[in-house]
Design a protein around this ligand. Structure first.
Ligand code: G3P
Ligand code: MG
Length: 246
């Protein structure tokens, strides 16, 4: 198995400010063995963890990440999820700081390369790889919605497994997965059918589903053959999370 059955989505996104060190730490406390995090570049090309191209929705700041230098982001705080009472906002995490913490906590990382715009695809991957090379033993899987990113990952880090990230399984998925030598396929719940999971599994690839926040839903996908799920709420999967530990 490439990752674990229960993967903390953006750390523990439902419980702490997403893609922050606090979110990673909380996921680990809750027994998660792998986390998924999104990486993008600031204007001065620092890889940071963030999901949106704009600061507005997830933080106390305004504007586009790609138009701001890292220093200008120093005061930015990622907001605590609304439902969490008394939660504190958290600083943006650099990829470098996250990798260090992940290593300390003994976690695995599914790094999703999330360029702020298509023309930043390859550079985002290249600069993330530069950081990843400082952590050679870290359990790692790279995924992206961008096929170009995955081809570049294949070239730069051929030994690191790659996951194709799709909203919906494309008709020509197998050819793409073969070309990329992708080890896994990551699919959204939105268009998901049992036959898709079965088809991918029959072709020897693992299947990870995002985002699954109820145990009942997860049981359905596991019965369909899913290898793992991404969840915002790892605490909902206790003690299942322990049973399904790698
Ligand atoms: O990698 C799984 C999932 O995170 C992909 O979607 O938008 O949450 O990054 P998104
Ligand atoms: Mg993601």
């Amino acid at each position: 198995m490439l990752m674990s059955a229960i993967i903390g989505h953006r750390g523990a996104r439902g419980l702490a400010p997403e893609n922050t060190l606090q979110s990673i730490e909380l996921a680990a406390e809750l027994g998660v063995r792998w986390v998924e995090l999104d990486v993008m570049l600031t204007r001065d090309q620092v890889p940071i963890l963030f999901h949106d191209a704009w600061l507005n929705k997830l933080s106390n700041g305004r504007g586009q990440i790609e138009k701001l230098d890292f220093n200008a982001l120093g005061k930015i705080r990622v907001l605590s999820p609304r439902k969490v009472k008394g939660g504190t906002s958290q600083p943006l995490a650099t990829l470098a700081s996250a990798l260090e913490r992940i290593q300390q906590l003994g976690l695995g990382l599914n790094l999703e390369i999330k360029p702020t715009s298509p023309d930043k695809d390859l550079l985002t991957l290249q600069l993330a790889v530069r950081e990843l090379k400082n952590f050679p033993g870290l359990p790692l899987l790279i995924s992206s919605f961008s096929m170009d990113v995955l081809y570049e990952a294949q070239r730069l880090l051929p030994q690191i497994p790659r996951g194709c990230l799709w909203e919906k399984l494309p008709k020509n998925w197998l050819q793409k997965a073969k070309d990329l030598e992708a080890a896994s396929v990551h699919l959204s719940t939105s268009w998901l059918r049992r036959s898709q999971i079965e088809e991918v599994r029959a072709q020897g690839r693992e299947v990870y589903i995002y985002t699954v926040n109820s145990k009942r839903q997860s049981e359905k996908y596991f019965a369909w053959g899913a290898t793992g799920i991404f969840t915002d709420y790892p605490e909902r999967f206790q003690p299942f999370i322990q049973d399904r530990r790698r």
